[in-house]
Design a protein around this ligand. Structure first.
Ligand SMILES: Cc1cc2nc3c(=O)[nH]c(=O)nc-3n(C[C@H](O)[C@H](O)[C@H](O)COP(=O)(O)O)c2cc1C
Length: 168
């Protein structure tokens, strides 16, 4: 029977342990052209159903962090199996920053003006209702004011440093 190893840890070991935690891959967007920002994000989840709300945890150093605060909105786009390249781009792996990232992917606006990815599994367009300081990150809470769905698409998952697609 497998047994867990208990070890002392620092933030480095914490990051290393977190590599084992599978995460649904998303892109959080904010702002309007030519001031759009977007970042790849796994630290997001549903928060409540009444009102319909979600939370996303965004590093304070991320390009889009202050624009979420200033614009008071963001869109949480859940990525599909064929979005690995887009996820790499929006995590800055090709060196791109800011609005230029949106040259890849098909984007539109729903209600708030934050970019919504047309072929995402789900896009939740949110009005910012709360934010909480959380060390290196800010927890942004958003009330969903519009949503768009492609229910038949397979999800993209990130685990052990790789993008994968779960078996059906
Ligand atoms: C799979 C994956 C998951 C990530 N999850 C998060 C996250 O939950 N929160 C966050 O702030 N950054 C996360 N990042 C890092 C950002 O995507 C990355 O720092 C991005 O470049 C920030 O945008 P910027 O270049 O405009 O600052 C993740 C990156 C990857 C590859």
């Amino acid at each position: 029977m497998p047994s867990q190893e208990i070890s002392a840890f620092s933030s480095k070991e914490f990051r290393s342990a977190m590599r084992n935690v599978p995460g649904a891959v998303s892109i959080v967007t904010t702002g309007v052209h030519p001031g759009r920002h977007g970042l790849t994000l796994t630290a997001g989840c549903s928060l409540s159903t009444e009102p319909s709300s979600v939370l996303v945890c965004v590093n304070k150093s991320a390009g889009g962090h202050d624009t979420i605060k200033q614009s008071g909105s963001f869109c949480w786009n859940i990525l599909a199996a064929d979005h690995a390249e887009l996820a790499r781009k929006f995590s800055g792996q090709d060196g791109s920053k800011g609005d230029i990232r949106f040259t890849d992917g098909l984007w539109r606006e729903l209600i708030t003006g934050s970019p919504s990815l047309i072929d995402a599994i789900c896009s939740f367009d949110c009005r910012l209702t709360d934010s909480h300081d959380a060390g290196s990150h800010t927890i942004f809470v958003g009330e969903v004011v519009a949503q768009a769905i492609n229910a038949d698409r397979d999800p993209l998952v990130y685990v052990n440093g790789e993008f994968t697609v779960p078996k059906r």
